[in-house]
Design a protein. Structure first.
Length: 69
């Protein structure tokens, strides 16, 4: 059942991309000064983050099922 492994890997890749792109610059322009340089604060898109976590969980479960079968 190698197809389960491939499907699980694709789901993990999609989940990782969702997690990576859930972090963005604060649209309000909030920042703090570190050594006299502006460092902009970030925000996390909760819907995209949760979707990425569920893709990762699903991908690992699919891979686990593929190895058991």
């Amino acid at each position: 059942m190698i197809y389960f492994t491939y499907i699980g890997l694709c789901a993990n890749l999609i989940g990782s991309l969702f997690l990576a792109f859930s972090v963005s610059e604060n649209p309000g322009g909030a920042h703090q000064l570190v050594e006299k340089k502006k460092v902009f604060l970030t925000v996390i898109n909760k819907r995209r983050f949760n979707c990425g976590v569920w893709f990762l969980v699903g991908g690992f479960i699919i891979q686990l099922v593929g190895t058991i079968l």
